[in-house]
Design a protein. Structure first.
Length: 308
């Protein structure tokens, strides 16, 4: 399993494969498993359908590591308009961004200003902003940005990755600030010195972190969000929440568009707060390969969806 994951993640970094994928109609059809289309309108239309099932929405435009300040401004302006689109359509939607989309590699100060603009617009439109977590090189800077945002915009959320060995310490740093945290397993190719190479170790770390977040939620110190498609793990977390007296409204479950849709609907019917993350945009190749690498069995799932 780890070997298959490594191969997929290595392929994600290949410029040649990226160029091929972006030109291939066959590969583009495969991406429809995990995203409704490349355009913002595609995402909004899909969100309207999903919202009718009682789920909330998280939207993200794919792309990372922009190379000019002008590109960062364009991304900021795109998301400012998108918050208005969510409001005008009365969708229960929020937006999740990667700091490198907003120029983190160019200027942390400019990136911070862009993020504060987006967080303010989120509040004005009754929405919220999320910071995605990227690979381990960006964790410290992303957490610094999040702490800055949280002071003025307490509804802002951040993702933490359970497979990173450092995450228990990062969680301990954030909990005194009453954070909003989406816990994910992690999908980047990291060395074993930084991240657990075995799925079983990541699963154990995930449940331990989830339990700490629920303890904090019980004390009113955290809004825990569990970003996973592992339904057995979700069941364990829900049971732990019940033991602690944390109501289903006191935590959320986030899943991706197109994955375990029936499970998402079932969780809603059981009273859970579920949000579906909808991705869109032309820069989908690396993101798509990381989705496959999270669970290499997804490759078979995609092939079945293509050939029925």
């Amino acid at each position: 399993m780890a070997f298959g994951r490594s191969i997929i993640l290595a392929a994600a970094l290949s410029p040649r494969l990226n160029d091929f994928a972006l030109r291939s109609d066959f590969v583009k059809r495969a991406t429809r498993t995990f995203m409704p289309g490349e355009h913002a309108e595609d995402a909004l239309e899909a969100g309207t359908v999903i919202a009718a099932t009682g789920r909330g929405l998280i939207f993200t435009r794919l792309g990372e590591a922009i190379v000019s300040a002008a590109e960062a401004v364009a991304v900021r302006d795109h998301y400012l308009r998108f918050f208005d689109d969510i409001q005008s359509r009365r969708l229960p939607g929020q937006i999740s961004v990667k700091p490198t989309q907003l120029g983190l590699d160019l200027s942390i100060a400019e990136c911070e200003r862009h993020l504060h603009s987006l967080a303010a617009r989120a509040e004005q439109t009754g929405s919220a902003l999320w910071l995605d977590m990227e690979d381990s090189r960006y964790v410290d800077r992303t957490l610094d940005l999040y702490v800055s945002l949280l002071r003025r915009h307490p509804s802002t959320g951040v993702a933490l990755q359970a497979y990173l060995r450092r995450t228990p310490n990062d969680l301990a740093r954030l909990l005194p600030l009453k954070p909003v945290i989406r816990l994910v397993k992690g999908a980047y190719d990291e060395p074993a010195s930084l991240a657990f190479p075995k799925k079983s170790d990541t699963d154990r770390a995930y449940f331990a972190l989830a339990s700490r977040m629920l303890d904090a939620a019980q004390a009113g110190q955290c809004l825990p969000v569990f970003g996973t498609h592992d339904v057995a793990l979700i069941a364990r977390i829900a049971a732990r929440a019940a033991e602690l007296g944390v109501a289903k409204a006191g935590y959320q479950i986030h899943m991706l568009y197109g994955i375990r849709d029936s499970a998402q609907r079932r969780l809603v019917s059981e009273g859970h707060s579920v949000k579906t993350l909808i991705s869109y945009g032309a820069a989908w190749y690396r993101w798509y390969m990381r989705r496959l690498a999270e669970r290499p069995a997804n490759v078979l799932f995609v092939v079945k969806s293509l050939f029925g």
